[in-house]
Design a protein around this ligand. Structure first.
Ligand SMILES: *Cc1c(COP(=O)(O)O)cnc(C)c1O
Length: 419
């Protein structure tokens, strides 16, 4: 079926009440019919609900719908995008292991890898997204994951999936792609050979900045890699779950372990109410993301001809270095993020202060358009050298294009640029 149809129907069968909208099961726990029933649920002999930290019927609809949209075999929803990324990585590695991640990465993922995981004894190695040879040079027998984004935030790059996946497959390493900016509508990393997809559902999923959430989607290809010697903990009995061997059940092993081990013990489970909000948002995500993309392209083209603008970054501008990858790997748009450079730090700050329709916010993926001047906000603590390494020039401005009429947004930028 098509994405538009899956976004509305996948994962939900009307219950006894025939509720058209997915019901919110706002409950912590579920009653067992008997002690034997409880035992069979815990032993995975029967499917059913136990406790909302491990699973919830409303959240289950969200998980099934995301899995359908991404073409995955299983999914696990979490309380935030960072929780999804943390669990996806911790599912694969332990102290003494390493992961190889792109330089061009969301700020929270950078600090997770370089500080928090480092304190747990997990080494983060970095590679330039556009340099596959560098990726291969960082891999060794202790590498458990390769992590990159499909449209990077904030640098707005698109990787060459084919060459990165080929290297990962040669070494039998699980690839994880953060598909937050592209959404499952514009890019399907699993179809491109990636093994696991993660999302922050806090962004385009509701598209209105309503709630924090995240999700992990497992591709069919993950299981074969997990069965290798690189991932012994998927092939040996787990003493914390009465000797369960994750690759020897009928369930998708990556999702199963993330749920039964990590979500059980670390507990960043989503609220059923938030899952319900994401289900509502998914219904019209296909419509919205096309409009975000179309408006962003219109505004990118307008900015590109403005005398005060030195450079515009948007993957579907034909002279953008990401154009070949964007036309190859993205379907029908490049989402709502773009950035542009003006002459100086002061000029960029002045523009960010002069807009009236754009909100000054450090978020993306909202129906309301957003402007960010990274050098004076998110990246303020970095030295000029560090800023350049992070691809953040002093005069760089990032826009998240919302769903207002693009001509009104252009009028606001025009008055701000000429103020
Ligand atoms: C926002 C974001 C995250 C983090 O998600 P939260 O839901 O805020 O925890 C991760 N990756 C990308 C690309 C993001 O934009």
């Amino acid at each position: 079926m098509h994405k538009e149809t899956l976004a509305i129907h996948a994962g939900y069968e009307r219950d006894g009440q025939k509720s058209m909208a997915v019901p919110i099961y706002m409950t912590t726990a579920f009653a067992f019919e008997s002690a034997e029933h409880a035992a069979s649920l815990f032993a995975l002999e029967r499917e059913g609900n136990i406790y909302t930290r491990i699973g919830n019927p409303t959240t289950e609809v969200l998980e099934a719908r995301f899995a359908a949209l991404e073409g995955g075999v299983g999914a696990l929803a979490t309380a935030s995008g960072m929780a999804a990324i943390t669990y996806a990585l911790l599912n694969l590695c332990q102290a003494g292991d390493n992961i190889v991640v792109a330089n061009q990465l969301y700020g929270g993922s950078v600090t997770l890898v370089t500080h928090t995981l480092k304190r747990l004894g997990i080494e983060g190695r970095t590679f330039d997204l556009h340099n596959p040879e560098e990726l291969e040079s960082k891999i060794d027998e202790k590498t458990r994951a390769i992590f990159f984004e499909s449209i990077t935030n904030p640098s707005i790059d698109v990787p060459d999936f084919q060459s990165l996946v080929a290297i990962a497959n040669r070494h039998g390493i699980i690839t994880i792609t953060d598909n937050t900016v592209a959404t499952p509508i514009l890019c399907n990393p699993l179809e491109l050979g990636v093994d696991v997809v993660v999302h922050s559902t806090s962004k385009y999923t509701t598209g209105q900045g309503l709630a924090l959430g995240g999700i992990i989607v497992e591709g069919a290809s993950a299981k074969e890699k997990l069965q290798s010697q690189r991932y012994p903990h998927f092939n040996e009995p787990d003493p914390s779950y009465h000797g369960l061997i994750y690759t020897q059940t009928p369930y998708p092993p990556f999702t199963l372990r993330a749920r039964l081990s990590l979500l059980r013990d670390m507990g960043a489970a989503p609220s059923p109410f938030n899952s319900w909000l994401f289900i509502q948002g998914l219904e019209h995500l296909p419509l919205r993301i096309r409009q975000h993309s179309q408006s962003a392209l219109t505004i990118a083209k307008w900015l590109a001809q403005h005398p005060k603008v030195q450079r515009v970054h948007y993957p579907l501008l034909p002279d953008d270095p990401n154009y070949p990858n964007a036309t190859k790997y993205l379907k029908g748009g490049a989402s709502g993020l773009l950035s542009f450079e003006v002459a100086s730090f002061e000029e960029a700050k002045r523009i960010a202060n002069s807009v009236t329709l754009f909100a000054r916010v450090v978020n993306i993926g909202d129906s309301k358009s957003i402007i960010t001047h990274p050098a004076s906000t998110t990246h303020q603590q970095l030295s000029p050298e560090e800023l350049l390494a992070a691809g953040v020039k002093p005069g760089l401005i990032r826009l998240s294009i919302g769903l207002e009429h693009p001509q009104d947004l252009i009028a606001d930028l025009e008055q701000a640029l000429s103020a």
